[in-house]
Write a protein that binds this ligand. Structure first.
Ligand code: NAP
Length: 310
């Protein structure tokens, strides 16, 4: 069993990601006591039934009291209000991190909200499914996935030690850890995650609105490619609304590039430029091979899920 890195951990928002952090941290033996605060009574009841925490409350300040690590796992635009609710009760020297999918806006919000006596270290595990809620979480979610930390530009030893401890925590949960500037994180994720989700939401919306093709036909023949988009487009509406609003600049920049490339593709189809299409499709095949070579091809790790769901 590993050493306890944080004697008390508070998780605010115990959905897919929050509950997976608890399951993985307990399995790794790196936390002592676990406290959960969640605004939803149904979630609190379920967390208690699943035995996920030593303390379950609707009061953020109560949960973070005496905590050495505070993990904010609520939708991105709820981070600031939750951090403000925690601020007065935070223990000096505690680490406050988050798992939000957008980093620059969240980092600024956390710095505004909490006192200087705590260490703010924003983070983002690049792992998830289209499910929500505490029942959807599982201990293996982060295994062999990347977690990106976006530390503040501070060079003092206590802060660097806190960052190293948090990196060790994620490593113990099975993740690979990278450190990155928050704005760069947001641009990278706009390409690898946010734009693909926007395209999926759009394509599924377009198909649903078509009059010439019936909905029954769309569903019946979905194996032709549409099915894969519907999985992504089933992702949580609150979470994704917040991501697009919080990462507006990077998403619009990448969307501009995407729209230009789409116009070029449409021209190539119109003018029968088969070579252009073939060249692009050959290049994209190489990218797929690169994803497989990097061990990131499966949408989610499914090993042992039935074994470890609490
Ligand atoms: P989730 O399953 O919906 O869980 C979020 C939980 O937070 C819910 O129980 C929600 O309660 C609760 N909550 C919302 N506002 C709150 C508040 N003000 N105070 C206390 N609790 C509050 O969502 P998730 O998928 O775990 O996502 C959580 C965070 O992880 C988001 O910031 C997201 O960007 C990030 N993330 C998600 C994924 C993914 O694939 N899902 C991957 C990486 C990172 P209600 O049910 O009442 O709203």
């Amino acid at each position: 069993m590993a050493d306890i890195l944080y004697p008390r951990m508070a998780v605010i928002g115990c959905g897919l990601i929050g509950s997976s952090v608890i399951r993985a941290a307990r399995r790794a033996g790196v936390v002592g006591e676990v406290a959960v605060a969640d605004s939803s009574e149904a979630v609190r009841t379920r967390v208690a039934e699943l035995g996920l925490a030593d303390q379950v409350t609707g009061d953020v300040a109560e949960a973070v009291k005496d905590a050495d690590l505070v993990v904010l796992a609520v939708p991105v635009l709820a981070m600031e209000s939750v951090a403000k609710a925690a601020a007065g009760a935070l223990k000096p020297g505690a680490t406050v991190t988050d798992v939000g999918s957008v980093k620059a806006k969240v980092s600024q919000a956390l710095q505004r909200a909490v006192p200087d006596s705590v260490f703010v270290i924003p983070g983002h595990p690049i792992a998830g499914t289209e499910q929500s809620g505490p029942d959807a979480g599982f201990a293996e979610l982060f295994e062999k996935r990347w977690t990106i930390l976006t530390p503040l530009p501070r060079e003092d030893d206590p802060y660097l030690e806190a960052v190293q401890r948090l990196a060790d925590f994620w490593t113990a949960l099975g993740a690979h850890v990278d450190r990155m500037d928050d704005k760069h994180h947001d641009l990278v994720l706009a390409v690898t995650s946010h734009l693909p989700h926007l395209i999926a939401y759009n394509i599924v919306g377009t198909a649903a609105d078509l009059e010439e093709v019936t909905r029954a036909e769309v569903m019946k023949y979905s194996a032709g490619g549409f099915r894969d988009f519907t999985r992504i487009a089933a992702s949580d509406p609150t979470m994704w609304r917040d991501i697009f609003l919080a990462n507006k600049d990077a998403v619009l920049e990448i969307l501009g590039r995407f729209t230009e490339d789409l116009q070029a593709l449409s021209r190539a189809i119109r003018w029968g430029e088969g070579d252009k299409l073939f060249d692009l499709f050959s290049r994209t095949r190489e990218i797929r091979r690169g994803v497989i070579a990097a061990g990131q091809e499966s949408p989610e790790p499914n090993f042992g899920r039935d074994r470890e769901r609490h």
